[in-house]
Design a protein around this ligand. Sequence first.
Ligand code: ATP
Ligand code: MG
Length: 565
Amino acid sequence: MNTEPGISSETASLDFLRQRIRQDGLDGRFDGRVHTRFPPEPNGYLHIGHAKSICLNFGVAAENNGLCNLRFDDTNPVKEDTEYVDSIREDVRWLGGEWDDREFYASNYFDRLYAFAEQLIMEGKAYVDSQSADEIRESRGTLKEPGRESPYRNRSVEENLDLFRRMKAGEFPDGSCVLRAKIDMASPNLVMRDPTLYRIRHAAHHRTGNAWCIYPMYDFTHCISDSIEGITHSICTLEFVNNRELYDWVLDTLGIYHPQQIEFARLGLTYTVLSKRKLIELVRKGYVNGWDDPRMPTICGMRRRGYTPESIRDFCARIGVARAENLVEYSLLEFCVREHLNATAPRVLGVLDPIKIVIENYPEDQTEYFDMPFSSDGSIPGSRKVPFCRELYIEREDFREDPPKKYHRLFPGSEVRLRFAYYITCTDVVKDAQGNITELRCVYDPETRGGNSPDGRKVKGTIHWVSARHAISAKVRLYDHLFTSPTPGSREDVPFTEELNPDSLKTITAKVEPALASFSVGSRVQFERVGYFCVDPDSTAEAPVFNRTVSLKDSWAKIEKNSAR
Ligand code: ATP
Ligand code: MG
């Protein structure tokens, strides 16, 4: 355990961020209150990186009997839209975030932000700069060289006020001038070299319409919004570490309530991208089928894929919070999904790659129904009746004509258990003219009803099946990573879209037990021995569609791989 300077040992088991917040509580800072916020910009859909921030902000508040606001950081009218606002609300709620009536919008503060800007002008701390954007950029300097002061930097308070009011009144075109803070063009921190506070944008805003043609910048808006809402700890990602000095400067200069900004490392995940710009490109250029494509790392994509909020929260808890940038293995997320679905998803029968078997000694017109529980240990309540008859489908890979060593499934002469049904023995293999196996002939032992032999005879293999006459055909979408590279976009010479995995979606037709026709959209199931699946919104009772959420770990594939070495 390590504790930071000034942090008591009482908090030693916590991560650095929770330590600091707990310590502030012990020290009586902010009157012992904890009030956080999750501040998305409504310019895209939320992704798994945002989930980390949501779990952190809502989690820390809940752990400390505090509150967490949902605040839309909507200061860029050109990129934002109510479609995004609605999706963000839905996704935060789905993940378990509760904000009651504390749903705020930076745009609600436009009047107050404007008044604060005038206050800075009147105190000689802000000026209207009439340089072009290029000139401003060029005169900012570098890490090695100080910036150059703008020729407009020493305009009088009266002139600045007049110009700023005329900016607001719409007298100037986009880009003709900006409002800048007057701080220090020689500051070693580039953020502090007279940052822009307001710019002109003659554009309609999704909430304020045409009321404004000047819009405040993030750095000015964010700290004041935090201050207005009485936020105690403003948790943000590491790239804002240099902006903290400006955050503090704005609030101190205005002399208003001052929250504490704390930075943490953003989540990086292998085989995917988490930049909104890139995600938007994937959607707009049609590389995926929309924001909720189950291959997307978006919350709505993961929901459609069958991931549960519990598993995503578990993932966020396991990755923890630190200040060092890190790249998390996608397989950890899949592990969390499997863990939760293993405990909660009803087990049913589905055959992905069917091959027909005929049980020669089973009466042609007979149907039996086996009552099968949704879990073998009763942890998932309920059961259903599964029909059994003379012709069944089993998984093609559960049969081998020439079985390798230790192969315990079906092969000529071998006896296996059909899950919950009977022991069968393969007697013959039927092939077409090309030599492809079209059918297997088997016999069953009527004494083994329910899948147990009264004479104590053991079989090593148990395989799943569905009745050929009763099974329904279902479209099943099998997903793989969206990208072939574990770090897409990291190569300078290759655009990230060239690292897309051409095999990330494969659609097959499976045979599934008839009970699945009545499972509603969003239902999650385990196809025994195959994996976890979820009913897709495209599904109908006549033509069900399943997404493979995550596969089971196939132990046989592993054995084969190891013995091949
Ligand atoms: P962009 O990708 O355009 O820079 P953003 O991902 O920062 O945008 P916001 O809507 O501003 O998007 O993010 C809302 C909150 O989510 C912010 O507090 C941000 O720090 C946090 N967040 C965004 N991405 C991640 C990530 N990968 N890991 C952890 N937190 C994140
Ligand atoms: Mg951001």
